[in-house]
Design a protein around this ligand. Structure first.
Ligand code: CP
Ligand code: NVA
Length: 306
């Protein structure tokens, strides 16, 4: 049966670690996998902008011997020019996998339901599982595979990235604290799903509203933009509310001395993070970005290999 990648919760802990190991192998020896998906085509549907996701999937499939087809926001107008069902039924005749970045999470779920080929979630309003996989691969590498007892504190908006980080932490046994202003908590279903998944690993998943104290004992301080794609008109109002949640030198001084700073990027420097933090030796943001390529190659390989 075909498999999709819509959520980190779709994977077992063992499958996540196996994906990391494949990604690390691919990173160490790119040529070894040059024909792994020879001749296979991946459609890239983007209804929102992208630098990292576009580049990493486009280059990633080519490094595996396949090729990609970029479908821009205006090109297919999912659900407007043609139904999600009909787009899925057409594309499955011509390509072997679909990566999709869109607004409503239900669009990605519908696409997975209708298409006989693997669907990969490249970000929805609800989640960003490829990002969380790259982030935890990065932590896994930095800590030589030792994730036990560690604490990741996400500071900012309880958004798609926060949801997927909670999922990955829950699965891997990493404690995840989401520290956000009141009214900007993660979606309750996303939180409950992560808490449920965490029962198997003992990870503590919590949501708090204390800009400073939450990062005490943090091994990782993570942030994201305050207004996500599609929320641009709220940016000014959000800035006033979120300013006290800015990740700056004072905040990093409260976390563990050797804590990593992480951000999915793009960053709004001077808003959610200062230059001094994102450009500091503690910052591993470009390692995360690079690992999008490696971990997604491992995901495509597992879903699309014959
Ligand atoms: N982090 C991330 O998904 O970046 P893009 O929006 O540039 O793809
Ligand atoms: N939360 C951000 C993540 C971008 C990669 C957004 O959805 O715009």
């Amino acid at each position: 049966m075909k498999k999709d990648f819509l959520s980190v919760l779709d994977l077992t802990k063992e499958e996540i670690i196996e994906t990391f190991k494949i990604a690390i192998d691919m990173k160490a020896d790119r040529k070894k996998y040059a024909k792994a998906l020879e001749g296979e085509a991946l459609a890239l549907i983007f209804e929102k902008p992208s630098l990292r996701t576009r580049t990493s999937f486009d280059i990633g499939i080519q490094q595996l011997g396949g090729y990609s087809l970029y479908l821009s926001p205006n090109e297919i107008s999912l659900g407007k020019r043609e139904s999600v069902h009909d787009v899925a039924k057409n594309l499955e005749r011509m390509v072997q996998g679909i990566m999709i970045r869109t607004f409503g999470h239900n669009i990605v779920e519908d696409m997975a339901k209708y298409a006989r080929i693997p669907i990969i979630n490249g970000l929805t309003d609800y989640s960003h599982p490829c990002q969380a996989m790259a982030d935890f691969l990065t932590i896994y590498e930095k800590r030589n595979g030792d994730l036990k007892g560690m604490k990741l504190v996400y500071v900012g908006d309880g958004n798609n990235v926060a949801h997927s980080l909670m999922d990955a932490g829950a699965k891997l046994g990493v404690n995840v604290t989401v520290n956000c202003p009141r009214g900007f908590e993660p979606n309750l279903i996303a939180y409950n799903d992560a808490v449920e998944a965490a029962k198997a690993t003992g990870a503590k998943i919590e949501v708090v509203h204390c800009p400073k104290e939450a990062v005490k004992n943090a091994d990782v301080v993570y942030t994201d933009v305050w207004a996500s794609m599609g929320q641009e008109e709220e940016a000014a109002a959000r800035k006033k509310i979120f300013m006290q949640y800015q990740v700056n030198d004072d905040l990093m001084a409260i976390a563990n001395k050797d804590a990593y700073f992480m951000h999915c990027l793009p960053a709004h420097r001077g808003d959610e993070v200062t230059d001094s933090v994102i450009d500091s030796p503690q910052s591993i943001v470009f390692d995360e970005a690079e690992n999008r390529l490696h971990v997604q190659k491992a995901i495509m390989y597992q879903l699309m290999k014959k």
